[in-house]
Write a protein that binds this ligand. Structure first.
Ligand code: NAD
Ligand code: MG
Length: 399
């Protein structure tokens, strides 16, 4: 790669954040790290500051920031420490930054990711919740401010790679008839449906193919992840939900496909390792080494495909309904899902309560337009309140 690029990583201590740092460390001459952010993991951030020497580190709370700053100074490290949403927006929009990796999980990532788009950065989008919550607003911001949007989610990165030459996210792709969104089916693809109520957080977080954060692991187990990805794909590739087909592919070797009007179907293949889409988006349109081992197709042996089971995975149906309804429906879906997943991880509700809670909240909130940030945040807040009340009413006491 030619010029040295300056990067901010939002959510640096997470699964995507660490994989990004792993790829960057393989190319030290090409990237300079401006800033790293984390929620509460002071120890994790301290270690990253030791290794990568960012100029700035941002924690979610001042309490965590104070602890980090003290530890850094004791070791003679000069990283500047700050806290809160405004500080996140500042490191995402700083003039010297070229690239922002948006890898905070959940709605907390929306404001800094929007700030990066508003500043015309190259935005590497892992934080799918931002797009599900505020797709219209986000895509409009990208377009208005000339930002470059590159998908990190492995399926969307695969679809992007299979798009016509010169394709820009948000445009309607010429000659494309369908998008085939592949799904592993998660850990419960074959588990007896009547036993799903007893699923524990540990079982839900043990994904057969991918090693990920806890929230997306639970989303994969309910298949809400595929539902969120369906909505994400609608925004990224200017598609209606009926143009997108979800296909179960247990080996996770094909990361998604694009079908063309002439009958051609293009697929992107690789080992299930997020360093491939991360390296692709970092270097795009060039290619760099990522550390991912070569795909051994003979070792894989076979590639299977089957339709998803709507009975077993009601979250997928709820997301499809939200995608079709448009407007605030997916904002509500996302907020209710975040509350439900947290309540499940905290053992307050059962695994099978997750879709029940989301459906109950969606039924009670009318679909409205959400073109402005204030509206998005208001709908998000109301959906969280309703979801929280559902947990209080229907949930069991924490263990
Ligand atoms: P993770 O839980 O491992 O990491 C999340 C990061 O966000 C951490 O650095 C954490 O400190 C930070 N964070 C969490 N809450 C925060 C808050 N309130 N304020 C500020 N920072 C906060 O999650 P992950 O698996 O790395 O996923 C990150 C995003 O990427 C998610 O949106 C996920 O859907 C998406 N994604 C992940 C994968 C994967 O393989 N892990 C694949 C595709 C998409
Ligand atoms: Mg994915």
């Amino acid at each position: 790669m030619s010029n040295r690029q300056v990067i901010t990583i939002l959510g640096a201590t997470g699964s995507i954040g660490l994989s990004t740092l792993d790829v960057l460390a393989r190319h030290p001459r090409h990237w300079q790290i401006h800033a790293l952010s984390a929620n509460t993991d002071v120890e994790g951030m301290l270690e990253l500051c030791r290794q990568h020497r960012p100029r700035h580190a941002v924690m979610a709370s001042t309490e965590a920031a104070d602890r980090l700053e003290k530890a850094l100074r004791e070791e003679g490290l000069e990283t500047l420490v700050d806290a809160g949403t405004q500080a996140l927006e500042a490191i995402a929009s700083a003039p010297e930054v070229d690239v922002v990796m948006a890898a905070i999980v959940g709605a907390a990532g929306l404001l800094p990711t929007l700030a990066a788009a508003r500043s015309g950065k190259r935005v590497l989008l892992a934080n799918k919740e931002a797009l599900v919550m505020a797709g219209n607003l986000f895509m409009q911001t990208v377009e208005d401010h000339g930002a470059t949007l590159l998908p990190i989610d492995s399926e969307h990165n695969a679809i992007f790679q299979c798009m016509p030459p010169g394709y820009t996210c948000g445009q309607e792709p010429a000659g494309v008839s369908r998008i085939l969104l592949t799904a592993s089916g998660g850990p419960f693809r074959e588990r007896a449906p009547e036993t799903l109520r007893q699923v524990t957080p540990e079982e839900a977080c043990a994904h057969p193919n991918w090693d990920m954060g806890r929230k997306i692991s639970v989303d994969s187990a309910t298949m809400m992840n595929k539902g969120l990805e369906l909505i994400e794909a609608c925004w990224l590739f200017h598609a209606t939900p009926d143009r997108i087909e979800v296909v179960i592919h247990p080996q996770s070797v094909i990361h998604s496909m694009v079908a063309y009007a002439d009958g051609s179907v293009l697929a992107q293949l690789g080992n299930p390792d997020m360093r491939t889409p991360i390296a692709h988006a970092l270097a795009w349109p060039e290619r760099i080494e990522s550390g991912v081992s070569p795909l051994d197709l003979v070792g894989v042996g076979r590639l299977d495909f089957m339709p998803p089971d709507p009975e077993r995975f009601p979250c997928l149906r709820l997301a499809e309904e939200a995608a079709r309804a448009g407007g605030s429906a997916s904002t509500v879906l996302n907020a209710a899902n975040e509350v439900a997943v947290q309540a499940f991880l905290d053992r307050q509700i059962a695994f099978t309560d997750i879709p029940r809670l989301i459906e109950a909240v969606m039924e009670r909130m009318p679909v409205i337009e959400v073109d402005h940030l204030d509206r998005v945040l208001q709908v998000d807040r109301e959906a969280r309140e309703r979801a929280g009340a559902w947990v209080q009413r229907m949930g069991r006491q924490p263990a």
